[in-house]
Design a protein around this ligand. Structure first.
Ligand code: FES
Length: 350
């Protein structure tokens, strides 16, 4: 149905939208103006307007149901279950359900908004002249008035069914994102602050897999150690060794400048975290004359004879030291965990 088919008395009051002007010296191109406005069937037929309103509300309601379906699928469908979908074949059922429901939820919000705008909101064409970009009080007042007019013409206050279902649909959709956060895995809690080291845990040579005795650590050598019981085939090996790996060196006690370092050592054998405090690379270079260790990633250098303080490079703080001793059987053992988080300084702020 077009406005030509509608009796004259049913049409809304005529509006003059044509601004045609003839060309002159100042405006060499004539403004053709706007074509005559065509009324939609919803403008003159309240039943058609109601039908459109129900269609929009249906789409928003469908979006809400799809969001609820998304959450239900996430909770109920087994992660390993597969389903046959023509023509794709067998795919993961959970991924399929999540994609389908989220897609329907978003599509229905978009389709509802478009249908609302096309059939029920005012479609009066408006011509606006260019004007200086200056927000004068008059302009602000006009914008305010236009905004209020737009809100009035969208009928958001009058058509409560649409307004309420739209708010419901828009409010529910973000829940999908919140539910997906669950897939990021368990919270780290305080795991990043602790390592496998604890009182009595033996220091095991990473190369030979044998517990270390003081006699195994010679002056000038660099030995890497791990906690007793941590094996390469363990599921958590990479996570744990990334926190617990140690560097062991022997320094003449007289050459140790830091008092606490000397107390935490055993006859000059000191144990420091091997994980660089810059961004976590494993430190591997030792200069035996100066007792400096160098991180190969960005050249941070630490002085192991002075509390492993940073003497060069981007690292933010000294390497954590592990307090060690010797047990009754003569093996090197930890006397507790590190007293500060190992690795990048970021974790100090946690
Ligand atoms: S990770 Fe060691 S210096 Fe950057």
């Amino acid at each position: 149905m077009s406005s030509q088919d509608i009796p004259e008395e049913n049409l809304p009051a005529a509006q003059d939208h044509a601004h045609g002007e003839v060309a002159d010296e100042q405006h060499p191109f004539a403004d053709p103006g706007l074509p005559p406005h065509e009324h939609r069937v919803q403008d003159i037929d309240e039943k058609a307007a109601k039908r459109s309103e129900r269609a929009v509300a249906f789409l928003f309601t469908l979006s809400m149901l799809a969001t609820v379906g998304f959450i239900a699928a996430f909770v109920a469908i087994d992660h390993d279950k597969s389903v046959y979908v023509f023509p794709i074949g067998h795919i993961n059922a959970l991924n399929f359900a999540l994609g389908l429901t989220l897609g329907v939820a978003l599509f229905c919000i978009g389709a509802g908004a478009v249908h609302w705008a096309r059939t029920l909101m005012s479609d009066v064409e408006v011509a606006d002249e260019r004007h200086p970009i200056e927000a004068s009080p008059e302009v602000r007042a006009k914008v305010h008035a236009d905004f209020k007019q737009g809100a009035k013409e969208s009928a958001i206050g009058r058509r409560k069914l649409i307004r309420n279902t739209m708010f419901g649909a828009v409010a529910l959709v973000p829940l999908s994102g919140v539910v997906l956060l669950r897939d990021l895995g368990p919270l780290p809690e305080d795991k990043l602050r602790h390592t496998l080291w604890n009182k009595g845990k033996l220091l095991v040579n990473m190369n030979t897999n044998e517990p270390l005795r003081p006699s195994d650590v010679a002056v000038g050598s660099l030995t890497f150690a791990k906690p007793e019981g941590l094996e390469e085939h363990d599921e958590e090996f990479q996570n744990e060794i990334a926190k617990a790996a140690l560097m062991i060196v022997r320094i003449q006690p007289d050459n140790i400048k830091d008092k606490r370092e000397l107390e935490w050592s055993h006859e000059g054998i000191v144990a420091y975290s091997k994980i660089c405090t810059h961004v976590g690379c494993p430190i591997s270079l030792y200069e035996q004359q100066t007792h400096h260790v160098l991180c190969p990633c960005h050249q941070s250098t630490f002085d192991l004879s002075d509390g492993a303080r940073v003497i060069f490079g981007p690292a933010g703080h000294a390497l954590p030291q592990l307090r060690i001793g010797v047990n009754d059987e003569g093996y090197l053992e930890a006397l507790g965990d590190f007293e500060e988080p190992v690795g990048p300084a970021f974790w100090e702020r946690g």
